[in-house]
Design a binder for this molecule. Structure first.
Ligand code: GDP
Length: 370
């Protein structure tokens, strides 16, 4: 019977099996409506929350569909607000974004600024983002650093959007997990700064793929779905395990004075061997609660075998976790070895290191953020 029911808000086929997918409705809610034969009023949970709590949530979509939606932007006059995760920039990259959005202007938003140690100079952080954008072929009109969660700089962002959009529609784009939903919710709830950005009292029908929010002075703010970024450690971890790697508050750098032939383990998820070079500081930027273990390189393999899933956890199980695979890196300058989704380790200049991640994941090297 459920096969034939559709959400009247977004048109998605209703289903009670998977909360993460489109059209989800809790089974007991559905049963209640069925009993009353009131199925013409049925909303999926996502539309229900949007209508009643002004709360946005997203469902992931297929790659091809995502690109199709993005390509649409290129044919319109729009301001593109591109949201990235400052803690996980490589996981925020939308390949060929420029190609899809055409010549539309971009406002780059670095979210989760609350995680970046306060010792980091914010202007340098902006310059760094600017540089990263350039590598992606983007020339953002401006860059804002915000925290959707802590509501930092949200009003400033709204003012910036209103200045830059010049009556155009505003598309908000980003990969999943950059905090786009949190940001849209913060925008909806913002009552200072630019008060009437969104007339929340009346949402027009949402579509399955986009949430269109009317702007007070005409036009719309369109929340597009996120795409799941591949090449992320998250794909090997359960929801529970993910909680251990996603930082919740400002990262406190952990400094290790290392000599050559020493190894650091980031729980059981990643590893860094200091092969050769002068002794120096290695600074670890990961979730404050993630266990970092230092050992001698000589016994590191054996240690990993023995303690994976126990002392070195997450992962919680050694069985289902893919083997680590290494890459040798020689630094010229002070560099960050980036373990995508997990964080990074700042290493000194002129050293040779071996960095490990689960098979199939790419390690990145960048000139040091600080
Ligand atoms: P979306 O997939 O891009 O819509 O991302 P969500 O809004 O669902 O957020 C993904 C995760 O990032 C959630 O665990 C959020 O709590 C977290 N998050 C979102 N914004 C921030 C932020 O500004 N700071 C921090 N520390 N976490 C955030």
């Amino acid at each position: 019977e459920i096969e034939t029911l559709y959400c009247i808000g977004c048109g998605a086929q209703l289903q009670a099996d998977d909360q993460q997918q489109a059209g989800y409705i809790p089974a007991n809610t559905l049963a209640k409506y069925l009993k009353q034969s009131a199925t013409q009023d049925l909303y999926c949970q996502r539309c229900f929350r949007l209508r009643h709590y002004n709360e946005v949530s997203q469902v992931p979509i297929e790659d091809a569909h995502f690109k199709h939606l993005l390509a649409k932007i290129g044919h319109e006059q729009a301001l593109v607000v591109y949201v990235v995760d400052l803690f996980n920039f490589s996981g925020s990259v939308i390949q060929q974004l420029k190609r899809y959005i055409g010549n539309n202007p971009v406002l780059l938003v670095g979210n989760k600024a609350d995680l970046i140690p306060s010792s980091f100079n914010r202007n340098k952080l902006k310059n760094w983002l600017q540089h990263q954008a350039k590598i992606l072929g983007l020339q953002p009109l401006d860059i804002e650093l915000v925290s959707a969660k802590k509501l930092t700089n949200i009003d400033q962002l709204l003012v910036k959007i209103s200045q830059l959009r010049k009556n155009r529609d505003v598309y908000v784009v980003g990969t999943t997990n950059v905090g786009k939903s949190t940001l849209i919710n913060a925008i909806i709830r913002s009552h200072s700064g630019w008060q009437d950005l969104i007339t929340t009292s009346n949402f027009p029908g949402t579509t399955l793929n986009e949430i269109r929010l009317p702007l007070a002075d005409g036009g719309e703010l369109i929340d597009t779905p996120g795409i799941v970024h591949k090449n992320q450690i998250s794909q090997f971890l359960s929801r529970k395990e993910l909680k251990y790697i996603a930082p919740q508050s400002e990262i406190h750098p952990r400094i290790f004075q290392l000599q050559a032939q020493q190894t650091l383990f980031l729980a059981g998820l990643a590893r860094l061997d200091f092969i050769s070079g002068p002794a120096g500081s290695f600074v670890v930027y990961v979730d404050n609660n993630l266990y970092v273990h230092r050992t001698k390189l000589q016994q590191a393999d054996e240690f990993y075998q023995k303690h994976l899933g126990e002392l070195l956890t997450p992962p919680v199980s050694a069985e289902t976790f893919p083997p680590l695979q290494s890459q040798t890196i020689t630094t010229k300058e002070k560099s960050d070895i980036v373990f995508s989704g997990l964080g990074w380790i700042a290493v000194p200049e002129q050293v040779q290191v071996k960095a490990y991640l689960p098979q199939g994941l790419q390690i990145e090297v960048r000139s040091s953020l600080i």
